[in-house]
Design a protein around this ligand. Sequence first.
Ligand code: C2E
Ligand code: MG
Ligand code: MG
Length: 714
Amino acid sequence: MLDSQNLGEIDELKSQIQQLKTNEENFQQITENIKEVFFIIDSQTDEICYVSPAYEKVWGRSCKSLYESPQSWLLAIHPDDCSEAMGTLETQFRTGEEFQEEYRIIRPDNSICWVRVRAFPVRNLEEKVDRFVGIAEDITLRKNTETALRQTEEHFRLIFEQASIGIAVTNLSGKFLKVNPAFCQMLAYSEPDLFASTFKNILQVGDDKIHRKIIDRLIQFRQVEDQLEVCCQTKSQEIIDVLLKIVVIYDEFDQPINLQYQLIDITDRKRMEQQLVYDALHDPLTELPNRVLFTDRLMRAIIRCKARNDYCYAVLFLDIDRFKVVNDGLGHLAGDELLILVTKRLLKVLRPIDTIARFGGDEFVILLDEDCDRQTAIQIADKLQCSLDNHFEIEGNRIFVSISIGITLSTNQYERPEDILRDADATMYKAKDKGRARYEVFDESLRAAALNRLKLENELRTGLLQNQFCLFYQPIIDVESLEIKGFEALVRWFHPVHGMVSPSDFIPVAEETGLIIALGEMIFEMACQQLTDWHQEQFDLSHLKLSINLSGKQLMDPHLLGVINRVMSRPNIGSQRIKLEITESILLEQDYQAINVLNNLRESGFEISLDDFGTGYSSLSYLQRLPIDTLKIDRSFIQKIQHDVQNKNLAIVQSIITLSHAIGLNVIAEGVETQEQLDKLATLGCEFVQGYFFSPPVDSVRASEFLRKRIIEM
Ligand code: C2E
Ligand code: MG
Ligand code: MG
């Protein structure tokens, strides 16, 4: 029988058992559900007393296999970590101290897992360690992250160390915290130098202020980076151009903590840019400003002049007289040297505020800036001319040069640089016309002439579009037979308001403006059309030549041969019907290129006439070298032979004719107006004549009548 005490004990026991069960259940729930491995090891026998099921997942082996073979725990350790892990284990087991270690294990499927094992001694009543309880956890993820982090850090360290751009980190006051070798090298400072300094010290004063402002703005608007170009000073006081990137580093609370700077040395690029800008604005030969730069400065002067009553300036247009002669005579190198030497002399006369520019060729333009009234401008022009009084010594030759100067004074009416330049240019030409080596000051009459010219240019354009041009023909007569041997085609402009305008008035403008190219083509076209018409009207053209005038501009036009070939491609007219007249000044002014073109034309069958002979500078001996067939003696000689008491002009004409014949040229005398002139020319053996005595230039109807009769009846 159980008494109540026994019953109480039983209840007590029952509740204890219940408690134990609960405890075990709790323990089981913990150990079975936590991913860490719990274990208990007997420190005497090394036997595994308990291992939680998580072991199977971490080690990839069954718990049973571990109970059966406790060594399998150790055998799973990675060979590289094995000796260290075993060492720790042995020592700790011996000393009975708590321990912790990390090592890799190899699972049966060869996957590798990092584990951290911690074990704590459990002491019995006699304070002896008889067991270790422990916990092992899979730390593979953490380890991998650590490795990746280490690799990234290493990577960044390498980038920082080996970067070719300079990188520095400073605190917000600019104190250097970190600098890379490129940064030190760029500024020629050592690391300790920089650590003792601040970023401000390497910047130029102005740039420091700008850079500070940028940082303040970045921080104010919570921005990260910006970049700018600055100048830095190296330790050796050298200034380098730098592209500077500023990065603000914020902490996790979004507070700025440091600054990172990235520097790229752009000194070379900057220098190149500066060189390019310089080249774009300067003449390579003399290093003087060119037209672009000059025009810019002149524009500023124009604006200033409009704004200030007391401001006046002057523009001087300079041209070296007969530069062509030196250039052609001594060669281009000598010509270049002369330009450089002239530049030096001119520069000596000018004040620092003045600008002298070379506009190409032998043209110089000067802007006399600030307080330059008429008198000052004239004084300076005088000095410029005097500066060339002494000769130049080039390649052993003594060369004397003079300049012609056109002066234009400021008025507040000028709006555009090209207007002043146009006036100065026109004035310079006036100085040339008046005999060179002098200056002229622009006045209203010149302005009127310039305006007229501008008007004429516009009217010429309209005239071309509206076909206001036609050809007149002046007969060329054989002196012996008085038969018509040819015509000279002379252009006429029927202006809607002014009536017939003389070519002497508009050809020069057409040449200057380039309109002569279009006009010349039209003339060639009309002349050939006339030949075609005559051919169709059954005229015998076999002994006839039509002379067409070619201007220098046309001769230098690269399309000339193409145009002529196109026009000549029409049937029934060949190049042998055409003579091309060029003036001797063209041959003097143009270089060998012109001669080449003439040779080409002659090879195509055209004859070449040298027009207005005697008005230029060419000597008779020079003629021999020219690709020409005929020489036209200028009418100024012909007109003088009649009243020439000393027979001086007669002698000249005679020698021209004799020499021409000697070198196989025909001679045409232009401007024959009287019987007397004709008789004298006949005695001198001149073959052909042309002039009012026979007929003025006539329209095509009259010309056709002449052609029908073939002989000029007087
Ligand atoms: P040029 O080629 O020397 O032409 C001769 C000029 O002398 C013509 O003047 C003609 O009318 C003029 N003349 C002819 N006989 C006499 C005379 O007995 N006495 C006087 N005082 N003058 C005479 P024009 O037609 O006024 O032409 C003037 C210049 O214009 C030409 O001189 C030529 O250089 C140029 N020209 C004319 N037509 C053309 C053309 O179609 N193309 C080009 N490029 N220039 C042309
Ligand atoms: Mg002519
Ligand atoms: Mg002539």
